[in-house]
Each structure stands twice: as C-alpha cells, then as structure tokens.
Design a binder for this molecule. Structure first.
Ligand code: PRP
Ligand code: URA
Length: 215
C-alpha cells in the first residue's frame, strides 16, 4: 500500500473538530437529522482548506473613507459536483462558504452484487472547462464511483478537479490517486479496510441511506 502522507495531492485531515464530528457520524445511534447536519459541517470545515487556492478578482468597493479595489472570491468560477445521492449532503456546507458557486450532478450507484458503479445522470454547469470543480462524496470505498465520475467530468471538458470525501478506505484512495493523479484529494479520515461487501470498516454504514433516511 502507498504511503499516502508522502503524496502532495492527498490531504488527510488531522483537525480535532473534523475527527470529533466523524466519530459522531459513525455512531449508529446518530439519527438522520443530526447525521445530515454533521455531514454539512464537516464538508464546510474540509471546504475551508480545499478552497484555499480559489481565484480572487479585484472588485471596486466604496468604504466610508474612499473607493478602493478589494479582492473577492470569483465564486462563479467554481462548480460543486456531488456524486448522487450521498454527495448531495456535502453541497450546502460548501455553498455556505461560496454561495455563488454553480452545482452540477453526477448520478452513480454501486451494483449490489458486483460493487461496480453504474452511471445514470450527468449534468454539469457550462462552460465547465474554466471552472475549479469540487467533486463531493462522503464515502470513497473501492474508488469505482469516484474514478468513473471524474472520468465523465474530464470527458465533458473538466480540467481542474478536486475530490472531497469524509471517509476513505486505503484501497479506494490508492485507486483514485492512481487513476487521476492530477486530482487533489481531501480525506476526512482514512479508515482501516473494506469488508467482503465493499463496505468501509469501521466506516459509518450506508451514507446515502443515513442522510436520506432510506433503507
Ligand atoms: C455510495 C457512496 C459512493 C459509493 C462509494 O453510494 O456514496 O458513491 O457508494 O463506493 P465505491 O467507492 O466502492 O464506488 P451508493 O452506491 O450506495 O449509492 P447512493 O449514494 O445512491 O446510496
Ligand atoms: N458506500 C457507503 O455508503 N458506505 C460504505 O461503507 C461503502 C460504500
């Protein structure tokens, strides 16, 4: 297995607040409402770091003293692209930081038997070429969904892509990094391994079901 800490394109968060909130997510007694809030809060905390190189543009502002040019985030240059369904849970946390970002969607689900991702929807803001694209999905398990979603985004012309997840398995992180070494990957916590059903251990179970209250 790779030494992820040595890879400059992989960030594994060490912040105590992120760790604390992820532990709360794992608890099977955490209900849907709290689970959703935690996913959003973690996405905001991760987003703060992941967006450190957001483009700025100078805007004319009149202070009580004088008119000046002041830097503001060029939010229209950002696209948040959740992988449906669970990635949706992270969108509002990032939008709280950059309300003018556009939002695209990629629909993928894992076949329950083969664990292979199946794409069913793709709608991206245009033009996608010029935007910084932040792909969100709380779970990076085998990595199949993330690799395929980013393949699709690149086919549509996406160039500057970041991937943000909350929990990753080593297998999925390695697969995604090898398939898309140009993509900066942000991981809330690196878990131990996948089980025979390709669920992350210790993980948090099925993220989509826990966010949307389905089963
Ligand atoms: C989950 C999760 C990821 C995927 C990760 O989605 O949200 O998209 O599994 O697994 P992988 O890395 O092995 O591809 P799921 O297939 O359960 O679909 P859902 O979000 O619609 O529930
Ligand atoms: N998808 C999830 O929601 N959880 C896992 O542990 C693996 C894939």
């Amino acid at each position: 297995m790779m030494d992820f800490k040595k890879e400059s394109n992989i960030t594994i968060f060490e912040h105590p607040l992120i760790k604390h909130k992820i532990s709360m997510l794992r608890d099977k007694n955490t209900g849907t409402n709290e689970f959703r809030k935690l996913i959003e809060e973690i996405a905001m905390l991760e987003g703060f770091e992941a967006l450190e190189d957001l483009p700025l543009e100078d805007v004319e502002i009149e202070t009580p003293i004088e008119v000046c040019k002041a830097p503001m985030v060029a939010g229209r240059k950002l696209a948040i692209v959740p992988i449906l369904r669970a990635g949706l849970g992270m969108v509002n946390g990032i939008l709280a930081l950059t309300p003018t970002a556009k939002v695209g969607h990629i629909g993928m689900y894992r076949d329950e038997d083969t664990h292979e991702p199946i794409e069913y929807y793709c709608k991206l803001p245009s033009p996608i070429e010029e935007r910084l694209i932040v792909v969100t999905d709380p779970m990076l398990a085998t990595g199949g969904s993330a690799v395929d979603a980013i393949d699709q985004i690149k086919k549509h012309g996406g160039k500057r892509i970041k991937f943000m997840c909350i929990i990753a398995a080593p297998e999925g992180l390695e697969k995604l990094h090898k398939a898309h070494p140009d993509v900066q990957i942000y991981v809330g916590n690196l878990d131990r391994e996948l089980n025979a059903n390709a669920y992350i251990c210790p993980g948090l179970g099925d993220a989509g079901d826990r966010i949307f209250g389905t089963k």
